[in-house]
Design a protein around this ligand. Sequence first.
Ligand SMILES: [Mg+2]
Length: 357
Amino acid sequence: MPPILHADADSFFASVVLRSCPALRATPMAVVVHGFVASSNYPARDRGVTGGMLVTDARRRCPGLALFDVPQGEVEETADALFDLFASVAGAVEPGSMEEAFLDVGAGDDESGDAAAVRAGAELRRRAWQELGIPVSVGVGRTKLMAKLASRAAKPDGLHVIDAATEQRLRSTLPLAKVWGVGRQTLERLEALGVRRLGDLDGVLPERLLDACGTMMTRRLLGIRDGSDDATVRPVSERTVLSSEGSIAGYARPDWTVAELVETCIRRVCKRAMRAGLGATGLTIVVRGDAAAASAVLATMKAVAPVPTAADDPSVWLRMAAAELARLPVDAVADAGSVRASLTGLRPLAGIPPTLF
Ligand SMILES: [Mg+2]
């Protein structure tokens, strides 16, 4: 199998902030959203400050920790630029989140494959730093799991290769706790069967594995054990939904109105759909509150296009959104904290007729 890359920006939100205050790179700093640490730089991590931690706890662990709000607009712009960069070095890009992706760089299946993948990864890292000011770590491996384990080993700001020989060893020695997507309960049930590492799976009857972790997880773990786990980079052009989120409250900008934020999100998501050559049949807008109960949904609006519609002209979607917003309850407008706009029913533009309305 040819090697693929997993590229992952290091402490992304923090890295975006640090571009405008590089003097803080060597000191502990963190980016905060709704009272929680969203991202911390490595000096802060060395002091025990990690993502998801309450800001009050982070301050206790690390007095003098510099705190910043999430620069939402700049974060999204940088993520867009990062994916433009991914697309320029890879034939296929499968996003994992806004700042990480699997990349198929066309590396060969033979011995030179690793070297070609490393060259592509090094070039990506160099350009991300020079053009965007963002450190990106890159892992090289023959399946998604191996590439992801490699990028984890590469951090911070590095490149790591899991070659074929290392991969073979990992397929028996890797602790299950390091396989992403295996929850704590599953780990505990497997441990009760004496399974801590991939190789331990061999000593357990299949029906006992099924009892412990269900059909899907059993299949996945056995696939990883025998080397048939997922190695296919699936590009955005195969997505059926794309979303963009933003908050009303700004960092270094005035607060937006709900309508302004909806427009910004729609323009962003249209841009992503266009880049992937996709048209859509629906638009969903979710408005959430802004206080501690940030997850509370205040309103969900859906609009459907009569025919699949290209995203190159956001005005179609903006008109639909405006009509929905006009029906939004006054309370929802007043209490809004964040907005998510999703284009749904995505499909490749080829074969979609031009917009008729
Ligand atoms: Mg990251």
